[in-house]
Design a protein around this ligand. Structure first.
Ligand code: AHR
Length: 630
């Protein structure tokens, strides 16, 4: 019997209950949702981003009926200080015919550029020529074999950098397009920022998003958009205030990612590739606004995470990062009378971005974290009491670090804390009640990253089941987002993901469908219900049960398992052997001194045993005693 208290006093569910978390992981930005079709458009790829990269990655040299040299150059003739490399073409012998000339061809991402017949593609390039009479560029869209799909010419005048553009429309479609640019005639021509965008980006935005992918995300109807990470936020060196900002592997700084795209420096992405920052903070804010989602930026707070061993910044550098955080809020919400609000307006967005919350840090847990976080927290709270502050709980929200940070968060005054976990489906089924016992008088929860490990229907069902527990606790859990959101099939660092794509199509997953279902049917209020099981509904289950261990070298004794009704199902004091128990995951288990001991040095192992019984509602509790010293 299910009793529904229709007039009851369940908690309200916020419209921001479910949202999307986008990180540039799995080649998700460049070569992903950022609609740029040219790979390595400014010749900035280098081996510091990925050992396989060179400044000519994705480019090939063309000498079509002509002669000359092509080289990537880094010298005083560069486009600007942030954009160091450019392409120099010295054409020495002219060819005949409309497509003849010396130049380069770009292979795009995945199998090539997706070009659709009759659609429009906007080509642009920064160029200069030493030829006093000017130089002509022939621009073609073509197949890998060189069959021409569209041709246009551009007249470059003068030896100063200027932006040129033309629109092309291919006569037939291909998923493996190539973009060629050659210099007709002779002379020295310099090129940079060679770019090709489909005209129909999502919502028609210039420098915008790939339509098919962005549509799928918009279909989720996200209440918020968390960005830009994830690990890309809290990794890298903090030295870009002492070294030039084009230095590689520096910590993500939002100021690098705004303004004209040709002035944004490139950086190494933590996930092993190059990031152009073409999809930067202005684009993220715009994306959130276009989806009707609340923007939730995540900024670094001076502590590297995600296994990155970079040193912490000195106090002067830390102060700059704190100021950057305040400047970000001003950039988002300030008016024309403020320095950073004026910049947003000058860049084309007069209205504020309506920022009302900010995440300070991502999965950070190092000795200096609490002191650094407190400085950020105090500065933001003082300057912007109207902004909600989101703290974090270290990596994977479980174990002693989590407990320590939870206790810390309860003392700070943060509005929400960001939890992350990736677990087996069984964990999600068994932990449906996680938030039932959270304090109602403390911070609220932002479940910023979670997923069961897999893209099978049973994973999606486990997540759906778990989401009912989130929703039941909507007075505590205020926001939740599955992670990661998208993955390029050709370059996936993390799986499972919600959506997979290649150069031409997008594949949804059962997990996506579950998210879409919940996100498009967010209630306004929880209707309390209780269930009374008559004896006939007791479900007998048998199989394996497990105890997750979070510390290394854990020791367990007196494990007891009881049904929801309190009936003892079995217990084990490990006085004999542990034959029924096995380790699951890395490391090994053995009985020592009457306790079950994990010898692994890796956290997050699981001990499992066969068990069976009549467990009401599949609910059981485990009680384990950790022995002293572990
Ligand atoms: O979502 C993938 C990664 O998982 C994120 O970058 C990080 O925050 C977490 O460890």
């Amino acid at each position: 019997t299910i009793t529904i208290d229709a007039a009851g006093s369940g908690p309200s569910i916020d419209p921001t209950m479910y949202g999307a978390f986008f990180e540039d992981i799995n080649q998700g930005a460049d070569g992903g949702i950022y609609a740029e079709l040219v790979q390595n458009r400014s010749f900035e790829f280098n081996s510091a981003d990925n050992r396989a990269f060179t400044p000519m990655t994705a480019w090939e040299t063309l000498r079509r009926g002509s002669d000359g040299t092509v080289a990537v150059v880094n010298d005083g003739n560069r486009l600007n200080e942030n954009n160091r490399n450019y392409l120099q073409i010295d054409a020495t012998a002219a060819g005949a015919g409309s497509g003849a000339g010396v130049g380069v061809r770009n292979s795009g991402w995945n199998a090539g550029q997706k070009l659709e017949a009759k659609k429009k593609y906007n080509y642009s390039v920064w160029a200069r020529t030493s030829n006093p009479a000017g130089s002509t560029l022939a621009v073609t869209l073509e197949t890998p074999e060189g069959a021409r799909l569209a041709l246009a010419t551009i007249k470059v005048k003068g030896d100063r950098w200027a932006k040129y553009g033309v629109t092309l429309s291919p006569k037939s479609s291909t998923g493996a397009g190539r973009l060629a640019t050659v210099v007709q005639g002779t002379g020295t021509v310099r090129l940079d920022m060679v770019s090709l965008f489909p005209e129909d980006t999502w919502n028609g935005r210039e420098n915008g998003l790939r339509k098919d992918l962005a549509e799928k995300i918009d279909d989720l109807n996200p209440g918020f958009l968390r960005f830009p990470g994830g690990c890309i936020v809290n990794t890298g060196s903090y030295d870009s205030y002492t070294a030039p900002n084009y230095t590689r592997a520096r910590t993500y700084q939002w100021k690098d990612t705004i303004g004209p795209v040709e002035q944004r420096p490139a950086n190494r992405n933590f996930w092993g590739y190059n990031q152009t920052y073409g999809l930067g903070y202005m684009e993220y804010f715009q994306w959130a606004e276009d989806m009707g989602a609340v923007p939730v930026p995540v900024v670094p707070v001076g502590v590297t995470g995600c296994g990155d061993s970079n040193r912490a910044p000195d106090q002067a550098t830390l102060d700059r990062y704190i100021q950057d955080t305040l400047d970000l809020i001003e950039f988002a919400n300030g008016d024309a009378g403020t320095e950073w609000g004026a910049k947003r307006i000058a860049y084309g967005h007069p209205a504020p971005y309506k920022l009302d919350r900010i995440s300070l840090g991502n999965e950070e847990y190092k000795p200096e974290f609490k002191a650094y976080f407190t400085q950020f927290y105090n500065a933001v709270r003082k300057a912007h009491p109207e902004i909600k502050i989101i703290g974090n709980t270290g990596p994977f929200s479980q174990g002693p670090e989590f407990e320590d940070l939870s206790a810390f968060n309860a003392t700070t005054g943060v509005d929400l804390v960001d939890e992350h976990y990736y677990n087996e489906p069984s964990w999600f089924l068994n932990n449906n009640h996680r938030y039932d016992s959270y304090s109602r008088d403390s911070y609220k929860v932002f479940l910023g990253e979670y997923a069961s490990k897999g893209n099978k229907p049973e994973n999606a069902l486990a997540e759906a089941s778990y989401m009912t527990g989130l929703e039941r606790n909507a007075d505590v859990v205020k926001m939740a987002s599955y992670a990661p959101l998208i993955a390029n099939e050709a370059n996936t660092q993390w799986s499972p993901d919600m959506l997979f794509f290649n150069g031409t199509s997008v594949r949804t997953t059962p997990n996506y469908e579950v998210q879409k279902l919940f996100m498009n049917n967010v209630g306004t209020k929880v209707v309390p219900s209780t269930q009374d099981n008559p004896a006939s509904t007791v479900v007998p289950i048998s199989g394996k049960i497990g105890l997750s261990t979070w510390a290394t070298s854990a020791r367990y004794d007196n494990v007891k398992v009881t049904g929801a009704d309190g009936t003892a199902l079995f217990s084990d004091d490990f006085s004999g052997t542990a034959a029924a128990w096995t380790g699951n995951g890395t490391g090994s288990w053995s009985v020592q001194d009457g306790a079950y001991v994990q010898s692994s040095t890796t956290a997050q192992n699981t001990m499992v045993t066969a068990g069976s019984g009549d467990w009401n509602n599949y609910t059981f509790s485990t009680k384990a005693t950790k022995l002293a010293g572990s």
